[in-house]
Design a protein around this ligand. Structure first.
Ligand code: ADP
Length: 224
């Protein structure tokens, strides 16, 4: 049985985090925890929290750290993650969130194994995001270059495949700026703690997955 792992995947918008996290989650048999997906579910359910979250998201703004830390802390306390680990996608996004995550993992008694930085240049991600289409139900990613087989109906679950409300040019540009200001500093933050592996995100998705798995298998410090 393949051992589990506790991982974080960093990378700018459109780097392929969502796609690669689904594959890594399958490989290591661990839950894929995407804060963006969790927030989009809350928006879809129309809760008061979802309504407030939507305002931030459509504007390309980050939600406050304390709100996000609370959501992730609750999720990481559940049995599936305490058993085998997890792959976090979209969290941490600020140094404050990374510090809080350090506290959460310490309190749980299991530190992170590795933080992966999926490297893709800005020109490439802008093109990818403008073509991105997502299933509103299961969040599977597609591209206008490789749509689902039938009429924008998800191959995976039959849901409707649409462009995300926050994938407008203005919101994308704003999210990339915020990434550079708030999230990129995490790369050197984790590097200084010897927890980071940089992985080239260009090329066929299968090849990128192989690179990520090589990085994790070469570096996993704690058997789960
Ligand atoms: P992207 O990587 O394309 O920005 P995500 O799906 O990861 O998309 O997140 C969508 C939106 O959800 C973000 O723009 C932000 O508003 C909110 N969000 C997700 N994760 C976080 C987080 N860790 N901290 C603050 N806001 C977040």
């Amino acid at each position: 049985m393949i051992p589990g792992a506790r991982l974080v995947l960093l990378g700018r918008q459109g780097a392929g985090k969502g796609t690669q996290c689904v594959r890594m989650a399958r490989h290591y048999v661990i839950p894929h925890i995407s804060t963006g997906d969790m927030l989009r579910m809350a928006v879809k359910e129309g809760t008061d929290f979802g309504k407030r979250a939507k305002e931030y998201m459509d504007d390309g703004q980050l939600l406050p750290d304390d709100v996000m830390v609370g959501i992730v802390q609750e999720r990481l306390g559940r049995e599936d993650t305490t058993n085998r680990g997890y792959i976090l996608d979209g969290f941490p996004r600020t140094v404050g969130q990374a510090e809080a995550l350090g506290g959460i993992t310490e309190a749980l008694g299991h530190p992170l194994d590795l933080v992966l930085d999926l490297e893709v240049p800005e020109e490439v991600v802008i093109d990818r995001i403008s073509k991105r289409r997502v299933c509103v139900d299961c969040q599977t990613n597609y591209s206008s270059d490789s749509p689902p087989r039938y009429d924008w109906t998800c191959d995976n679950c039959g849901g409707e495949v649409l462009q995300r409300d926050d994938d407008t040019e203005e919101a994308i540009r704003h999210r990339l700026e915020l990434y550079a200001q708030q999230t990129e500093p995490l790369i050197s933050w984790y590097q200084a703690r010897d927890m980071l592996a940089a992985v080239d995100g260009l090329g066929h998705p299968d090849e990128v997955t192989r690179r990520l798995i090589r990085a994790v298998d070469g570096r996993t410090r704690h058997a789960v």
